[in-house]
Design a protein around this ligand. Structure first.
Ligand code: AMX
Length: 432
C-alpha cells in the first residue's frame, strides 16, 4: 500500500510544485471583510485531496458520496456496513480497494497496534474525572515518544523522504487509537476491567470488542460510525489544526493531539455528547420522556433565549440535512425498532428546523452528524455520553492523517497567514 500510495501521490506532488512555480501570481478569489470577521468561511485557502464538502449535497470522499461508499466499499458480510480500512485506502490511493486490499490493511493495523505501557501510565496518572477527551489527547501526545518521523528528522533525513517516516507514524497511530480509546472507556466506566485486543478482528470491530461490546450489531454500527466521521474536507477545526501544526514539521502525534483538543470543543465534536446531554435536560425539565411537539418547540426557544445553541443543528458549510445524519437515520430504521431516544431525535428533526429558520441569522437550520450519533450508541448500551467525542476522534484520524502524509509528499510549506490589529480593518472601511 505504501508504495502504491507513493506512486500516485508523487504525481500529484509534481502537479503541486508545477502549479506553485508557474502560476503563483494567479488571482483565484476575492476576500471580503465579512469573511475575515466570520471565521474565514468560503475563502479557498487549503489543499486537501481526501474529501470535498458540497454545501447542498454533503461530503464526497475522492468523489464518492456516503451512500456510494456504503454500497461499494468492501464489507465483512454482504449486507453489512463498509470497513473503515477501505475508506482509508480510498483516501490514500484514490481507488476503491478490493476485499484483499482491505484484509491486508486490517492485518497491517493489527501488527502495529501495540501501545507502549507508558501511554497507559499517563492515562492512569490523570484523575478519573478528567474528561475522556483530555485523557485521549494526553495519551496521543504521550505516544510521541514513538515517532519515527522525529527520529528521522533528528538523523538528518532529506526533506524529500519526510513522507516515508510520516507514513509509518500515521499507520502506527491509527492502529493504536482503538486500544487507547477503549482503555479510557473501560477505566472510567467499567472499573478498570480492561479487555485485550483481538488481532483477528477488523479495526472498528476490535474497538467495539475492547470496549466490551462483542455483538455483531455494535460492530456493524462502529464500522458505519468510523466511515462517516472520518473526514470532512480540510477546513474544519480538527483537520485544519492537524494540517497547521503539521506544517511546522511537528510529528504526527503532536499534530493529531492538537487536532483532538480542537475536536473537543462544543461547536465541533463535543456536540455529539452535548446533544444527549441537552435531550436529558429537556426531558428532566419538562418532566416527561415523551414531550409534545409544542413542549419541545417551547424548550428550543427557551434554550436560544438563554444565549445557547441547539446542539447537533447548523453547520459552517452545509446548507441541507447532513448525509451523515441520513445514513444513521437509515441505519436506525433498518435495525432498530421503536427506541425512545431515537424517537426524540426524530421528533427534534421535525421540530427544530422551522424554528431555526425563523430566527433569520442561522444559515443552516438542518441537523449535522452529531444530532443522531449519540442516540445510536445509547441504544446499544454505550450510555456514557461524555465518551462519545473520543469515538469521533478515533475515526477522524483516518482522513486527517491521510492528508498529513499528502502534505509531506507535496512538500507543503509552513502555514503563516497575515494578521492585523483591529484598527487596520477599521481604517480600511472608515479611513483614518
Ligand atoms: N442554535 C442556535 N444558534 C445557532 C445555531 C444553533 N444550532 N447554529 C448557528 N447559530 C447562530 C450562531 O451562533 C450565530 O449567532 P451569532 O451571530 O449571535 O454569533 C448565527 O446563528 C450565525 O451562525 P452561522 O453562520 O449559521 O453558523 P456558524 O458557521 O457561525 O457556526 C456551528 C456553525 C456548527 C458552529 C453552529 O451552527 C452551531 O453552533 N451549531 C450547534 C453546535 C453543533 O452542532 N456543532 C457541531 C457541528 C458539526 C461538527 O463539527 N461536528
Amino acid at each position: 500500500i505504501k508504495y502504491r500510495f507513493f506512486e500516485k501521490a508523487s504525481k500529484c506532488s509534481k502537479e503541486f510544485q508545477r502549479i506553485k512555480n508557474q502560476h503563483a501570481d494567479k488571482v483565484i478569489a476575492q476576500v471580503t471583510l465579512g469573511q475575515v470577521l466570520t471565521g474565514m468561511k468560503g475563502i479557498p485557502l487549503l489543499v486537501t485531496d481526501t474529501s470535498k464538502l458540497d454545501p447542498n449535497e454533503g461530503i464526497r470522499f475522492k468523489g464518492y458520496s456516503i451512500p456510494e461508499l456504503r454500497e461499494k466499499l468492501p464489507k465483512i458480510a454482504p449486507d453489512g456496513e463498509p470497513l473503515p480500512e477501505g475508506l482509508f485506502y480510498l483516501m490514500l490511493i484514490g481507488e476503491i480497494p478490493t476485499q484483499e486490499d482491505v484484509a491486508n490493511l486490517s492485518k497491517d493495523f493489527a501488527t502495529r497496534a501495540h501501545v507502549p505501557q507508558h501511554v497507559f501510565d499517563v492515562i492512569d496518572a490523570m484523575p478519573k474525572n478528567s474528561r475522556p477527551m483530555t485523557q485521549f489527547s494526553a495519551a496521543i501526545l504521550a505516544m510521541a515518544t514513538e515517532s519515527i518521523f522525529q527520529k528521522a528528522y533528528r538523523a538528518g533525513v532529506n526533506k524529500k523522504y519526510y513522507w516515508d517516516s510520516t507514513y509509518e507514524d500515521v499507520m502506527n497511530l491509527i492502529a493504536r487509537l482503538p486500544h487507547v480509546a477503549a482503555y479510557i472507556y473501560r477505566r472510567n466506566f467499567h472499573n478498570e476491567q480492561h479487555i485485550e485486543p483481538n488481532p483477528r478482528l477488523d479495526w472498528a470491530g476490535n474497538l467495539s470488542h475492547m470496549m466490551g461490546f462483542d455483538s455483531e450489531d455494535v460492530k456493524r454500527l462502529f464500522r458505519l460510525y468510523m466511515v462517516i466521521h472520518a473526514d470532512h474536507e480540510g477546513g474544519n477545526v480538527s483537520a485544519h489544526t492537524a494540517h497547521l501544526v503539521g506544517s511546522a514539521l511537528s510529528n504526527p502525534y503532536y499534530a493529531y493531539a492538537a487536532a483532538m483538543t480542537g475536536l473537543a470543543g462544543p461547536l465541533h465534536g463535543f456536540a455529539n455528547q452535548d446533544v444527549i446531554h441537552w435531550i436529558f435536560q429537556m426531558t428532566e425539565d419538562l418532566d416527561t420522556e415523551t414531550p409534545t411537539d409544542e413542549q419541545v418547540a417551547a424548550y428550543i426557544k427557551q434554550t436560544m433565549e438563554e444565549g445557547r445553541v441547539i446542539p447537533g443543528y447548523g453547520h459552517a458549510v452545509l446548507r441541507k440535512t447532513d448525509p451523515r445524519f441520513t445514513a444513521q437515520q437509515e441505519f436506525a430504521e433498518k435495525y432498530i425498532k421503536d427506541d425512545p431516544m431515537i424517537n426524540l431525535v426524530n421528533q427534534l428533526y421535525r421540530v427544530v428546523p422551522p424554528i431555526l429558520s425563523n430566527v433569520g441569522k442561522i444559515k443552516n437550520p438542518w441537523p449535522n452528524v452529531d444530532a443522531f450519533s449519540g442516540s445510536l450508541l445509547y441504544h446499544y448500551g454505550i450510555k456514557e455520553y461524555t465518551f462519545y467525542t473520543v469515538l469521533f476522534g478515533v475515526s477522524r484520524a483516518l482522513g486527517v492523517l491521510a492528508s498529513l502524509i499528502n502534505d509531506r509528499v507535496y512538500g507543503m510549506p509552513i502555514e503563516r497567514p497575515t494578521s492585523h490589529p483591529l484598527h487596520w480593518y477599521r481604517d480600511m472601511v472608515d479611513g483614518d
